[in-house]
Design a protein around this ligand. Structure first.
Ligand SMILES: [Fe+2]
Length: 471
């Protein structure tokens, strides 16, 4: 066995040498102009891309029962990537059954944003297909030079409806490593079997700034490679390439977004909306992800088509800017006029949003009757905090909105459980305390729904009764 170990080490050594030579060759080919590379001083060691895969991210692509996409980062010396996947067995030689996939490799020039101190990095992606439903798999990513990640396990979805939980995070955005990390980790403790993490936009503060994505990945750590993510783009994922440029209209989607998240493309939508508007069907629940930053009108035909299609037992729509904004001086009236009629008409069950750095949950009934129609939530998972104006929700009564629960100055995550005719919504604080709960019960034959409020006996959290927030 000893000789085997020595051989393994040699293989890795020669792999590293190959990578170093590949790096030198790349430098020579590009005239050494790895823009930004000269100034890596000041970066934390875990922010610097290397031949080892990092920022490993699992997303949906195709049928969640039979496929997944994985994306990871390396430095520019790694020009090809590989991923392997095998059924997860208890014995260590499960890896003998691994299937190997060649990655698509994409170059990202971080130096195009002046504040970034690294130049070219590579993002590699693989779409695993032909998987068996409801099966535990182990996968790893790397390259043939021996730079492999650990084996990471996830379970494919069942075919057809089946009970499951998913996590929802409002804006993470600021102090990701120091303050958002505890929320992600508490979520994994409270709902360890939840296979999905839904992020409702503003994952970071400055969408092009690589150090912030580095923090987001380090804060979530291996959870990002074990959960399958559903991500919506927020306004902080639309920024100027030149931060000095005051032209707000010139904002573009974060340079990281499309390379680092492998997401479904929708040919019927404009190029500018690709990988920000898409649908995932998971065990009877349809998740429709929309983009509130761009072309709201243009998304209506897609939204209506996805709401009209028969099949899903539950419909969840997620996006960034809230329909019923709880934030002081904020109101997204155009958005409400554009999309709410469709949520009403097709009786969307749950609308998940962010942006306002407060917590608010309420609901809309069917034609102002007592019959529940749609639950609306705005939440925040990161540490940036705004205020809720005292009578804020009264202005929405004309739109049929009934306010149920609110909070200020609190970091949240949500656990949503779907089981047959019931959908249970729970909001937890960063400390793992249950703060809000409601259960929707649906009659699938008549389509009628009821909501049961199960708000825990926890006083409403406000700026006045919590540790003072200073920005
Ligand atoms: Fe926002």
């Amino acid at each position: 066995m000893r000789s085997g170990v020595v051989t393994g080490e040699k293989r890795v050594q020669s792999g590293r040498m190959k990578s170093i030579w590949a790096g030198i060759l790349l430098m020579a080919l590009t005239g050494g102009a790895l823009h930004g590379d000269e100034g890596q001083q000041g970066l934390r060691h875990w922010e610097i891309a290397s031949a080892d895969p990092d920022r490993i991210m699992l997303t949906f692509m195709g049928d969640p029962a039979t496929g997944r996409a994985v994306t990871w980062r390396t430095d520019a010396s790694v020009t090809t990537g590989l991923a392997e996947i095998a059924p997860g067995l208890a014995e260590p030689r499960f890896d003998r059954k691994a299937r190997r996939f060649e990655a698509k490799t994409e170059v990202l020039d971080l130096g195009a944003f002046p504040e970034n101190r690294q130049g070219l990095v590579h993002f590699h992606s693989v779409v695993f297909d032909d998987l068996q439903p409801d099966t535990l798999y182990a996968y790893r990513v790397g390259n043939e030079d021996g730079y492999w990640s650990e084996w990471i396990q996830f379970r494919t979805a069942k075919r057809g409806p089946g009970p499951f939980q998913f996590l929802y995070f409002g804006d993470a955005q600021n102090d990701l490593l120091s303050h958002w990390s505890r929320v992600a980790r508490m979520a994994a403790q409270i709902a360890p079997d939840a296979p999905i993490a839904l992020h409702a936009g503003d994952l970071v503060n400055e969408g092009h700034r690589d150090t912030e994505w580095g923090e987001w990945f380090k804060a979530g750590g291996f959870l990002h490679s074990q959960w399958t993510a559903i991500v919506a783009a927020g306004n902080h994922e639309y920024r100027q390439m030149n931060p000095e440029n005051p032209d707000w209209e010139g904002r573009v989607l974060a340079m990281h977004w499309r390379p680092q998240f492998t997401l479904p493309e929708v040919p019927s939508l404009p190029e500018l909306l690709q990988e920000t508007v898409y649908t995932v069907d998971y065990q009877g629940v349809r998740f429709i992800i929309l983009n509130t930053n761009r072309m709201q009108e243009e998304q209506i035909p897609y939204l209506e088509k996805k709401l009209k299609e028969a099949g899903p037992l539950w419909r969840v729509v997620a996006f960034h800017h809230p329909v019923f904004s709880p934030g002081r001086d904020r109101d997204n009236a155009e958005l409400r006029a554009a999309w709410k009629p469709l949520f009403d008409k097709y009786s969307v069950d749950l609308v998940l949003q962010g942006h306002d750095h407060t917590y608010a949950r309420g609901h809309v009934t069917v034609d102002r009757s007592e019959n529940f129609n749609t639950l609306y939530v705005t939440s925040v998972s990161g540490p940036k905090m705004y205020d809720i104006l005292g009578n804020k929700f009264e202005v929405y009564e004309g739109d049929g909105y009934r306010h149920d629960r609110q909070a200020e100055n609190t970091q949240f995550f949500q656990v949503i459980s779907v089981d047959g005719s019931q959908l249970t919504y729970e909001a937890y604080t960063a400390t793992g305390e249950l703060y809000d709960k409601a259960t929707i019960t649906k009659d699938f034959v008549s389509g009628t729904k009821q909501i049961e409020q199960e708000i825990p006996d926890v006083p409403r959290r406000t700026h006045a009764n919590t540790e003072r927030y200073e920005r």
